[in-house]
Design a protein around this ligand. Structure first.
Ligand code: NAG
Ligand code: NAG
Ligand code: NAG
Ligand code: NAG
Ligand code: NAG
Ligand code: NAG
Ligand code: NAG
Ligand code: NAG
Length: 289
């Protein structure tokens, strides 16, 4: 008996056949994370949303921490810091997110007072964005002191376009609040002193953010009412986001999809075969076609 002796070419044929039979299966079994993140989604009335955002339907690893959206039929919200925001626009070209505080949509007196804050690693001011200060729980202005000398006119800071009072039904005090659209230190001295006196009698301060052009039109409107301020806040403000943007650009350029790995706690680039740190290996893009 001779040992079974097959010619080398027969082996090559077997190998080629094996590869051909399994090739379609191999190509379709792309990495699960790549397949799951190969999508955009709609949230409320915004469509075509992708990385770094994710929603409760999509896997968390397709987005970046801090960019979870809360979607319902007609609303789309995001939590930044301790506050909840209505998402008005997502511009993925300029990477600007336009948001408005949900607790200031109807009036200036939310049940709890929360500053607009964000993680500076993730979000930055845009050049259109400006701070506005609201003061709450203020005592009424003190009566003017009895004049010893002939009275000099007391400046009334509420005549200034950048400062005014508002009232909150239910908060108890009238006027219970003031808002100031400028930095106190930048004001002319008489106004600075007068406003400082009024604000010194306030218990709380809230820092909000609005679109600069909305604040400018608020200042020039000659119609300083609570509603005009509420309107200005409702228009929202832009935040430039950074979710490892440059890594994501490199990943996308190599044919990968951006994501985040909660285990290693860093950016991850999903390629058809497996996740990589930054980019898919050369040739990945061709084989994924
Ligand atoms: C990714 O999505 C595109 C468009 O929906 C689809 O044509 C393609 O087959 C998907 N790729 C994979 C690997 O799932
Ligand atoms: C999502 O939004 C709904 C409706 O505004 C709200 O009731 C719910 O608490 C939110 N969920 C989270 C996790 O923020
Ligand atoms: C923006 O999103 C669209 C739709 O998902 C996508 O086709 C486009 O490549 C994205 N642009 C950038 C700069 O990420
Ligand atoms: C107020 O001052 C801060 C810091 O000094 C500055 O960043 C901001 O632009 C100023 N705001 C206005 C409205 O000038
Ligand atoms: C908001 O921030 C300002 C300045 O950082 C602080 O003085 C104020 O107490 C904060 N207000 C609230 C309600 O946390
Ligand atoms: C003042 O603003 C309120 C709210 O935006 C608006 O309803 C009202 O018509 C305005 N009044 C004038 C005189 O412009
Ligand atoms: C702010 O207002 C300007 C002028 O109206 C507008 O061009 C810009 O898009 C607004 N920015 C945001 C983030 O809404
Ligand atoms: C990715 O972003 C995080 C948070 O901003 C930052 O700490 C980290 O250094 C970034 N990684 C790279 C490689 O840029």
């Amino acid at each position: 008996m001779h040992p079974l002796h097959l010619p080398g070419s027969f082996f090559i044929i077997i190998i080629i056949t094996f590869v051909l039979i399994h090739a379609p299966k191999y190509a379709s079994s792309a990495d699960e994370r790549y397949v799951k993140c190969n999508r955009t989604f709609a949230c409320g009335n915004i469509e075509n949303i992708g990385y770094p955002f994710w929603d409760s339907d999509g896997p968390e690893y397709c987005g970046y921490p801090g960019f979870q959206l809360n979607c319902s039929d007609s609303t789309q919200e995001i939590r930044i810091g301790s506050a909840t925001y209505n998402v008005l626009e997502i511009d993925n070209e300029s990477r600007v997110l336009t948001v408005a505080r949900t607790d200031y949509l109807d009036d200036l007196c939310p049940p709890s007072l929360i500053n607009t804050t964000w993680n500076p690693d993730l979000f930055e001011f845009t050049r259109h964005t400006q701070v506005i200060n609201l003061y709450y729980h203020c005592l009424p202005p003190p009566p003017p002191p009895a004049p010893l000398t002939p009275p000099t006119p007391i400046p009334n800071p509420e005549n200034d376009e950048y400062f005014n009072h508002f009232t909150c039904n239910g908060y108890g005090n009238t006027p219970c609040g003031y808002y100031l659209t400028r930095n106190l230190s930048e004001l002319p001295l008489p106004a600075h002193i007068a406003i400082n006196g009024l604000l010194g009698r306030c218990g709380d301060r809230v820092v909000l953010v609005a679109n600069q052009s909305e604040i400018q039109s608020l200042e020039t409107s000659q119609n300083l009412s609570e509603e005009t301020l509420v309107d200005a806040l409702e228009k929202g403000f832009g935040l430039q986001w950074n979710a490892n943007n440059s890594l994501c650009d490199q990943c996308g350029g190599s044919g990968g999809l951006c994501g985040y790995d909660k285990v290693s706690n860093k950016f991850s680039c999903y390629c058809t075969d497996r996740p990589y740190d930054t980019v898919c290996p050369t040739g990945q893009f061709i084989t994924s076609l």
